[in-house]
Design a protein around this ligand. Structure first.
Ligand SMILES: [Zn+2]
Ligand SMILES: [Zn+2]
Length: 239
């Protein structure tokens, strides 16, 4: 029998880990793919790296004025290493060189990209972010969620699981009292799986400018990585 396939659609570099990482780790028996949607070029970390703002984490100023393409490629390296640590094989990590930048994804564009991958991997279960996490949710996250919900309604996606950002779980619950969130926990007795999670987190924390690694994920949302470390959870629902 053909192995069950899963496609995880990640809006930005870090959502695959922060919001869906525990589920990816637990999909051991599945042939899992991860698709990165946008290039992540708009992040404010660019300014910290080029000496535009003092770095609170390093308590210092940085002097790395990266071009947009070097910045994006540094982010992609963090993403790739995270996916590999989570158990995704290289050929199952999908980063389109022509993907849009962050902040401008609309539902129509998101549907087009999703349909392409669903067509390539027919029968795969689809995982992405819920569009219902409340008013603070990033518009790109919302657009992917809405696209997936529409494709599910149209019968294009047959099996859909929607993940809520752990940092918006309270907002989600307040906005959707009728939807139950399923909590995915990590087996804390399983040292091997804990090590893999740690390795994925470390890929966003790797500060090694000589190797073109600038810990962009960690500069951006250190708190989210810290809470994944201390309280590894994912939350999802179905419709
Ligand atoms: Zn994101
Ligand atoms: Zn720094």
């Amino acid at each position: 029998m053909k192995e069950q396939q899963a496609i995880f659609f990640s809006p930005h570099q870090d959502d695959e880990l922060l919001t869906m990482g525990i589920s990816i780790l637990k999909h051991g028996g599945c042939d899992s793919h991860v698709v990165l949607f946008v290039d992540g070029a708009q992040s404010g970390v660019k300014r910290i790296l080029r000496n535009g703002r003092r770095c609170a984490w390093h308590d210092n100023w940085h002097l790395y004025p990266l071009t947009i393409s070097s910045f994006v490629s540094a982010r992609d390296s963090e993403f790739r290493d995270s996916c590999v640590a989570l158990g995704i094989s290289d050929s199952n990590i999908h980063i389109d060189s022509l993907r849009p930048t962050d902040g401008i994804i609309d539902v129509k564009t998101a549907k087009k990209v999703m349909m392409e991958y669903v067509g390539r991997f027919p029968g795969a279960c689809v995982k992405t972010l819920t569009p219902y996490a409340g008013v603070r949710q990033h518009p790109d996250h919302k657009a992917l969620g809405l696209a997936a919900v529409e494709l599910y309604g149209e019968g294009v996606i047959k099996d859909l699981e929607l993940f809520c950002e752990p940092y918006y779980v309270d907002d989600f619950r307040e906005a959707n009292p009728g939807i139950t969130l399923y909590e995915h926990e990590l087996d804390t007795e399983d040292e091997a799986i804990k090590k893999r999670l740690q390795k994925a987190i470390d890929s966003y924390r790797k500060w090694a400018p000589a190797e073109k690694r600038y810990a962009i994920g960690y500069h951006s949302v250190a708190d989210y990585f810290r809470s994944l470390e201390t309280n590894p959870r994912a939350f999802s629902h179905r419709i």
